[in-house]
Design a protein around this ligand. Sequence first.
Ligand SMILES: NC(=O)c1ccc[n+]([C@@H]2O[C@H](COP(=O)([O-])OP(=O)(O)OC[C@H]3O[C@@H](n4cnc5c(N)ncnc54)[C@H](O)[C@@H]3O)[C@@H](O)[C@H]2O)c1
Length: 324
Amino acid sequence: MSEQTRDSDTPWPASVAILGAGGLIGSGVLYEIVTSGLCRHVTVSDPREGLVRAHAWDVTEAAVTAGLSAPRIDVVPAEELPPADVTVVAASRPEEPGRSRLTFATVNWELLRTLVPAVEHSVGDDGTLLLLSNPIDILAECLRRTSSLAAHQVLGYSLNDSTRFRSAVARELGVGVERVEAWVLGQHGDAQVPIFSQIRVDGAHVALDEAARRRVVEDIEGFFARWSALQSGRTSGWSSPKGVARMLHGMRDGGVLPTSIATDGTGYAPGSSFLGLPARLGRSGVVGVEEWSLSGHEYGALERAAELVTGVADELTGDVANLP
Ligand SMILES: NC(=O)c1ccc[n+]([C@@H]2O[C@H](COP(=O)([O-])OP(=O)(O)OC[C@H]3O[C@@H](n4cnc5c(N)ncnc54)[C@H](O)[C@@H]3O)[C@@H](O)[C@H]2O)c1
């Protein structure tokens, strides 16, 4: 297959912008999408300019080593980001071991709000924002409230929670994880909602008894503490970029993935918030949501998660009009 033919197989996204491309997640996304041939024109930005230039150089050589033509990677200050089909935001203050994702909310919103004009310009009327900076649901809701972006243009990355749930269910059932379909909806954080009512193995519905559910919940709820105890100073720098590539494929080809999206009118939670839901993705962002029939317990947990996200977003944006 010639380079030209390979390029013409991936006409979308024609361009991706990455804010926070010096960091583990941002540079991982750059590596993943360029070396997989998913996108060959990427604009990257990070205050650590030398580091992001080094990433761009190294990734270019990785692509050439992989047999691809040289990609175009532009390094610019945030305010010079051009319009892109997809804008990935992984800009963040440093994570500290043991801190909840929620404690990130204030410091990261202070950072993100300074980037709103750059993000608005990069996303424009036709692009999509894919937000990875934590806490994603709260920051996505803050962005929706304070920016000119339409709700369907804002996507929060929450795929890893479902990966961990699938793995825990597979361990519980003693089957290969690739056979398991299992979704976590709700908040990416303490108010995550594992959807036991929709678990499938080899496509067939599987019900777990109470004791098995408890073990699975303990397993997934203990993830963050187990990870933090490693004191590695790193986040999920391999799985998240892989998941971002999966989301871009889903957007390009039309797919359903757990994604943090606006809850308005979805039937999963009353009012207006941001939560992980089974989102139908398209090139313009969110094009719909799968309407599943959940258990009363699951609907209740989603409602509480939405209240939590809305409450913190109210505090951060000073939106007293939405306070009870
Ligand atoms: N949603 C998820 O599933 C998920 C998974 C892993 C990590 N994360 C989150 O992603 C974020 C990034 O994680 P990381 O491990 O890459 O962190 P990191 O500290 O390695 O990288 C953050 C980067 O943001 C840059 N930055 C700071 N201010 C900026 C600005 N004004 N403009 C552009 N860039 C700026 C920093 O210089 C740094 O390079 C964190 O908030 C983390 O919690 C989310």
